[in-house]
Design a protein around this ligand. Structure first.
Ligand SMILES: [Cu+2]
Length: 158
Protein backbone atom coordinates (compact mmCIF):
# COMPACT_ATOMS: atom_id res chain seq x y z
CA UNK A 1 0.00 0.00 0.00
CA UNK A 2 1.36 3.34 -1.04
CA UNK A 3 1.20 6.04 1.51
CA UNK A 4 2.54 9.11 -0.18
CA UNK A 5 1.40 11.37 2.57
CA UNK A 6 1.88 10.93 6.22
CA UNK A 7 1.69 13.86 8.53
CA UNK A 8 1.00 13.90 12.20
CA UNK A 9 0.59 16.94 14.34
CA UNK A 10 -1.42 17.77 17.38
CA UNK A 11 -3.28 21.03 17.22
CA UNK A 12 -1.09 22.43 14.48
CA UNK A 13 -1.98 23.62 11.05
CA UNK A 14 -1.25 21.06 8.39
CA UNK A 15 -0.77 21.60 4.73
CA UNK A 16 -0.89 18.67 2.42
CA UNK A 17 -0.13 18.90 -1.25
CA UNK A 18 -0.91 16.40 -3.90
CA UNK A 19 -3.81 14.16 -4.72
CA UNK A 20 -3.26 10.43 -4.91
CA UNK A 21 -2.70 8.23 -6.75
CA UNK A 22 -0.60 10.37 -9.04
CA UNK A 23 0.98 12.35 -6.24
CA UNK A 24 0.97 15.50 -8.32
CA UNK A 25 1.35 18.63 -6.29
CA UNK A 26 -2.09 19.97 -7.01
CA UNK A 27 -4.77 21.33 -4.77
CA UNK A 28 -3.17 21.64 -1.40
CA UNK A 29 -5.59 20.96 1.41
CA UNK A 30 -5.02 22.49 4.82
CA UNK A 31 -6.45 21.20 8.08
CA UNK A 32 -6.41 23.42 11.14
CA UNK A 33 -7.04 22.70 14.78
CA UNK A 34 -8.39 19.15 14.74
CA UNK A 35 -9.82 17.90 18.05
CA UNK A 36 -12.00 15.16 19.41
CA UNK A 37 -14.44 15.59 22.25
CA UNK A 38 -13.64 13.59 25.37
CA UNK A 39 -16.05 10.81 26.29
CA UNK A 40 -17.49 9.81 29.63
CA UNK A 41 -17.52 6.17 30.81
CA UNK A 42 -20.07 4.16 28.88
CA UNK A 43 -20.16 6.59 25.98
CA UNK A 44 -18.93 4.99 22.78
CA UNK A 45 -19.35 7.83 20.31
CA UNK A 46 -17.46 11.09 20.00
CA UNK A 47 -17.43 14.03 17.61
CA UNK A 48 -14.28 15.13 15.82
CA UNK A 49 -13.95 18.71 14.67
CA UNK A 50 -11.56 20.72 12.51
CA UNK A 51 -11.32 23.41 9.92
CA UNK A 52 -10.40 22.48 6.39
CA UNK A 53 -9.62 24.48 3.30
CA UNK A 54 -8.75 23.35 -0.20
CA UNK A 55 -7.22 25.64 -2.77
CA UNK A 56 -9.26 23.84 -5.45
CA UNK A 57 -12.84 22.65 -5.51
CA UNK A 58 -12.89 19.37 -3.65
CA UNK A 59 -14.94 17.46 -1.11
CA UNK A 60 -14.39 15.56 2.09
CA UNK A 61 -15.80 12.15 1.22
CA UNK A 62 -14.84 9.90 4.10
CA UNK A 63 -12.99 9.61 7.36
CA UNK A 64 -11.53 6.71 9.27
CA UNK A 65 -9.84 6.13 12.60
CA UNK A 66 -8.28 3.11 14.27
CA UNK A 67 -9.92 4.30 17.51
CA UNK A 68 -13.42 3.71 16.14
CA UNK A 69 -15.21 0.74 14.63
CA UNK A 70 -17.23 3.03 12.36
CA UNK A 71 -16.74 6.61 11.26
CA UNK A 72 -19.31 8.76 9.48
CA UNK A 73 -19.55 12.34 8.36
CA UNK A 74 -22.52 13.98 10.04
CA UNK A 75 -24.45 17.17 9.89
CA UNK A 76 -26.55 18.53 12.72
CA UNK A 77 -29.72 20.54 12.34
CA UNK A 78 -32.45 21.86 14.54
CA UNK A 79 -35.78 20.19 13.82
CA UNK A 80 -38.22 22.16 15.91
CA UNK A 81 -36.65 22.10 19.36
CA UNK A 82 -34.62 18.99 18.73
CA UNK A 83 -31.04 18.75 17.46
CA UNK A 84 -30.79 15.91 14.99
CA UNK A 85 -27.74 14.38 13.37
CA UNK A 86 -27.68 12.61 10.08
CA UNK A 87 -24.96 11.10 7.94
CA UNK A 88 -23.93 12.86 4.75
CA UNK A 89 -21.96 11.42 1.81
CA UNK A 90 -19.66 14.39 1.47
CA UNK A 91 -18.89 17.90 2.55
CA UNK A 92 -18.14 20.22 -0.32
CA UNK A 93 -14.94 22.24 -0.05
CA UNK A 94 -15.27 25.21 -2.40
CA UNK A 95 -11.90 26.53 -3.56
CA UNK A 96 -10.29 28.81 -1.02
CA UNK A 97 -13.19 28.73 1.42
CA UNK A 98 -12.47 27.44 4.91
CA UNK A 99 -15.12 24.95 6.01
CA UNK A 100 -15.58 24.45 9.69
CA UNK A 101 -16.58 21.19 11.32
CA UNK A 102 -17.71 22.32 14.75
CA UNK A 103 -20.15 21.40 17.51
CA UNK A 104 -23.70 22.09 16.32
CA UNK A 105 -22.89 21.59 12.64
CA UNK A 106 -20.82 19.32 10.47
CA UNK A 107 -18.66 16.87 12.34
CA UNK A 108 -16.91 13.57 12.01
CA UNK A 109 -18.67 10.98 14.12
CA UNK A 110 -16.46 8.37 15.68
CA UNK A 111 -18.67 5.44 16.62
CA UNK A 112 -18.15 2.07 18.24
CA UNK A 113 -15.17 3.51 20.10
CA UNK A 114 -12.70 0.94 21.32
CA UNK A 115 -11.87 2.80 24.52
CA UNK A 116 -12.71 5.87 26.54
CA UNK A 117 -11.20 9.08 25.15
CA UNK A 118 -9.69 11.27 27.84
CA UNK A 119 -8.28 14.76 27.70
CA UNK A 120 -4.64 14.53 26.73
CA UNK A 121 -5.15 11.46 24.52
CA UNK A 122 -4.70 11.74 20.80
CA UNK A 123 -6.74 10.11 18.07
CA UNK A 124 -5.37 9.35 14.59
CA UNK A 125 -7.83 10.27 11.85
CA UNK A 126 -7.53 9.74 8.11
CA UNK A 127 -9.54 12.02 5.84
CA UNK A 128 -10.22 11.22 2.21
CA UNK A 129 -10.49 14.24 -0.03
CA UNK A 130 -11.83 14.02 -3.55
CA UNK A 131 -10.76 16.65 -6.03
CA UNK A 132 -12.99 17.47 -8.93
CA UNK A 133 -10.28 16.49 -11.41
CA UNK A 134 -7.44 15.27 -9.26
CA UNK A 135 -8.91 12.11 -7.82
CA UNK A 136 -8.64 11.11 -4.19
CA UNK A 137 -6.05 11.96 -1.59
CA UNK A 138 -5.75 10.99 2.03
CA UNK A 139 -4.72 13.23 4.86
CA UNK A 140 -3.53 11.73 8.10
CA UNK A 141 -3.75 13.75 11.24
CA UNK A 142 -3.58 13.30 14.95
CA UNK A 143 -6.31 15.06 16.86
CA UNK A 144 -5.95 15.86 20.57
CA UNK A 145 -8.84 14.95 22.87
CA UNK A 146 -10.45 17.89 24.63
CA UNK A 147 -13.42 18.46 26.86
CA UNK A 148 -15.38 20.64 24.45
CA UNK A 149 -17.84 23.42 25.12
CA UNK A 150 -21.01 22.29 26.81
CA UNK A 151 -19.45 19.06 27.91
CA UNK A 152 -20.17 18.00 31.48
CA UNK A 153 -17.06 16.62 32.93
CA UNK A 154 -17.50 14.49 36.01
CA UNK A 155 -14.83 12.75 37.97
CA UNK A 156 -11.82 13.81 35.97
CA UNK A 157 -9.49 10.91 36.69
CA UNK A 158 -5.83 11.43 36.04
CU1 LIG B 1 -22.93 12.83 14.79
Amino acid sequence: MKTALFLAAAGLALTVAGFLPSGRAEGPVGVTDPWVRATVPGQNVAGAYLEIVSTRDAALVSAASPAAGLVEIHTMNMEGDVMRMRAVDRIELPAGKPVKLAPGGYHIMLMDLKRELKEGDTVPITLTIEGREQGRATIQLTAPVRAGPGHHHHGRGQ
